[in-house]
Design a protein around this ligand. Structure first.
Ligand code: NAD
Ligand code: DAU
Length: 355
C-alpha cells in the first residue's frame, strides 16, 4: 500500500512524513516543488529509507501526476502543497493563486482521472485529504464563539482567499464527481522544522542572534496554537475514519495573544540559554508596523473531531512550546542552513533591515 503526499518537504508535510514512517510500513511518495519553503534537510533521516520516494515536481504538472499515480497506485493523496505565508501573499499574491488555486485544480483533475479508472473496491477505499486552514473563516471579535465547521467562509488575505478557493474546489469535486474527499481546517501550527519566516521560529532565532523581536501592531492579535505532531495525528485519524465530503476543524484549545507567545518564548530561553549580560530576551521585543488587514482573532472549535473521531491534542501550549525551543537549541545545523540564501532576501525586503 502507498500514499501520495504533496508538499512533504515543508513544515507540516515534513513532520507528517517523518511521523508516518515512524508508525507505518506503508510507502510514502512525496511530491514537492522545493520552493523556498521546501527543505530536504528535514527529511535527511529517511533519505535512504526505501519506504520514502521523493519526487521533485509540482502539483500543477498534470503529466507528472498522471505518471506518478499510474506507477505508484496510491490508496490516498494528502495535499499539503501550498504557498503558506500571509505576509508573502500581501507582497506578491500571484504565486498563491497559481499554487493554491490552479495547482489544487490540476491535482484534483489528475486524481479524478486516476480514481475513475480504479476497480470498484479500490475506488471505494480511495481518499483525497485536503489540508486547509482556519483563516478561511475570517476574523473573530473577543466575544465571538470559536470557528465551527458551519461558519461561513470570510477570508481576508490573499493567502486565506486562495485557500478558501481551493477548499471550494475540493468540495465541488466531491459533490459533482463523487471524488472521495476530506478537508481539515487547522489553526496555527508550531514545532520542529518550522521555517523562520513565521512568528515562533523567527522569535527564537532572532532572540538567540541578539536581534529585534518584531511584534506587529499592539501584539494583542489572538491565534490558537497547535503542536505540529498533534496536527499530524489529527490528519491520520481523519484519513482513517473521516466521513466522506466532511470538513473537520483541528485546533489546540490554546488561544494566546502574540505578545504573550513571544514573552513565553523569552522566559524559556532565559532559563535554558541565558543572555551573557543577564538581561531577559524580552528586552529585544520591538513593536513594528502592523500587517495590512491583520485578522484580530482566530479560535477553533474542534469538538466535532473529538466527538465523531475521538481525536484530542496531546500537547498543551506549555509543553509544546518548551519542546519547540529545545528542538531549535539542539538543531543548530538545520537552523544555520535554513537561515541563509532566499530567507535573508525575504527578511531584508519585509522588515527593511538585515536579519
Ligand atoms: P510550508 O510553506 O512550510 O510548506 C509548503 C510546502 O509545499 C513546501 O515544501 C513547498 O516546497 C511545497 N510546494 C509549494 N508549491 C508546490 C507545488 N506547486 N507543488 C508541490 N509542492 C509545492 O507550509 P506548511 O506550514 O507546512 O503548510 C502545509 C499546509 O498546511 C498548507 O496547505 C497550509 O495552507 C496548511 N496549514 C498550515 C498551517 C500552519 O500553521 N503552518 C495551519 C493550517 C493549515
Ligand atoms: O491560522 C493558520 C495559519 O497560521 C496558517 O494557515 C498559515 O499558513 C500560517 O502561516 C499561520 O498564519 P499566521 O499569519 O497566523 O502566522 P504567522 O506566524 O505569520 O503570524 C502569527 C501571528 O504573529 C500573526 O498575528 C502575525 C504576528 N507576527 C508575525 C510575524 C512573522 C508578528 O507580530 N510579527 C512577525 O514578525
Amino acid at each position: 500500500m502507498t500514499i501520495l503526499v504533496t508538499g512533504g518537504a515543508g513544515f507540516i508535510g515534513g513532520n507528517f512524513v517523518l511521523d508516518w514512517l515512524a508508525a507505518h510500513d506503508e510507502t510514502v511518495v512525496n511530491l514537492d516543488a522545493l520552493t523556498y519553503a521546501g527543505n530536504l534537510e528535514t527529511l535527511q533521516s529517511i533519505q535512504h529509507d526505501a519506504r520514502h520516494v521523493f519526487v521533485h515536481g509540482s502539483i500543477g504538472d498534470r503529466a507528472l501526476l498522471e505518471k506518478l499515480l499510474a506507477e505508484h497506485q496510491p490508496r490516498a493523496v494528502i495535499n499539503f502543497a501550498a504557498e503558506s505565508h500571509v505576509d508573502r501573499s500581501i507582497h506578491g499574491p500571484a504565486d498563491f493563486i497559481e499554487t493554491n488555486i490552479v495547482g489544487t485544480f490540476n491535482l484534483l483533475e489528475s486524481v479524478r482521472a486516476y480514481w475513475s479508472g480504479l476497480d470498484s473496491e479500490r475506488k471505494q477505499a480511495f481518499r483525497f485529504l485536503h489540508v486547509s486552514t482556519d483563516e478561511v473563516y475570517g476574523t473573530l471579535s473577543p466575544e465571538d464563539p470559536p470557528f465551527a465547521e458551519t461558519n461561513r467562509y470570510e477570508p481576508n488575505s490573499p493567502y486565506s482567499a486562495s485557500k478558501a478557493a481551493s477548499d471550494h474546489l475540493v468540495r465541488a469535486w466531491h459533490h459533482t464527481y463523487g471524488l472521495p474527499v476530506l478537508t481539515t481546517n487547522c489553526s496555527n501550527n508550531y514545532g520542529p522544522y518550522h521555517f523562520p519566516e513565521k512568528l515562533i521560529p523567527l522569535v527564537i532565532l532572532n532572540a538567540l542572534a541578539g536581534k529585534p523581536l518584531p511584534i506587529y501592531g499592539d501584539g494583542q492579535q489572538v491565534r490558537d496554537w497547535l503542536y505540529v505532531k498533534d496536527h499530524c495525528s489529527a490528519i491520520r485519524r481523519v484519513l482513517e475514519a473521516g466521513k466522506l465530503g466532511e470538513t473537520y476543524n483541528v485546533g489546540g484549545w490554546n488561544e494566546k495573544a502574540n505578545l504573550e507567545v513571544v514573552k513565553t518564548i523569552c522566559a524559556i530561553l532565559d532559563e535554558l540559554k541565558p543572555r551573557a549580560d543577564g538581561a531577559s530576551y524580552a528586552a529585544q521585543i520591538t513593536f513594528v508596523q502592523d500587517r495590512p488587514g491583520h485578522d484580530r482573532r482566530y479560535a477553533i472549535d474542534a469538538r466535532k473531531l473529538e466527538r465523531e473521531l475521538g481525536w484530542k491534542p496531546a500537547e498543551t501550549f506549555d509543553s509544546g512550546i518548551r519542546k519547540t525551543v529545545e528542538w531549535y537549541l539542539a538543531n543548530q545545523q538545520w537552523v544555520d542552513n535554513v537561515a541563509s540564501g532566499h530567507y535573508r532576501d525575504w527578511v531584508d525586503q519585509h522588515y527593511g533591515q538585515p536579519a
